[in-house]
Design a protein around this ligand. Structure first.
Ligand code: ZN
Length: 149
């Protein structure tokens, strides 16, 4: 029953993606590809004084990868960069099989259904991994796309 609910949430994000497009001012740019499935996601962020003001995504791929990116944009807007780092770690840990019961996950919860399908985990984590790499790169001045191979 719960699986059905999860499926509906994912399909809803896939069919009506939130925050699709490009941020008005690009302070961070992340690009992630998952060649195994053909997922390709670009994220752009506007950050003002450490607060994420806008998160947008663009790209193509399967419903899981696109829904996950859509959920990411809704989850991270309004957070500080530090909070975003922590949130990304939590989400990645969730996909590794750790249950996080201490915080309200919102629609992220719907994505944990993919843990039963290891090959789809890469689809679900793509946007999160790509953004994490971009945030880390910005600290070191590097710029590389995230590729999940
Ligand atoms: Zn995929």
């Amino acid at each position: 029953m719960l699986d059905e609910l999860y499926k509906e949430i994912i399909l809803d994000h896939y069919k009506s993606p939130r925050n699709r497009g490009k941020a008005s001012k690009v302070d961070f740019h992340a690009h992630g590809v998952n060649p195994l499935c053909g997922d390709d996601i670009e994220l752009t962020l506007t950050v003002d004084r450490d607060i994420i003001e806008e998160v947008k995504f663009d790209g193509h791929g399967c419903s899981i990868s696109q829904a996950s990116a859509s959920i990411l944009t809704e989850t991270l807007v309004g957070l500080t960069l530090d909070q975003a780092h922590t949130k990304i770690e939590h989400v990645k840990s969730l996909f590794k099989g750790n249950d996080i019961v201490t915080e309200d996950l919102g629609d992220i919860e719907a994505l944990q259904g993919v843990r039963k399908f290891p090959v789809r985990i890469k689809c679900a984590t793509l946007a999160w991994n790509a953004l994490q790499l971009s945030l880390q790169n910005s600290a070191t001045g590097q710029s590389t796309a995230y590729s999940d191979e």
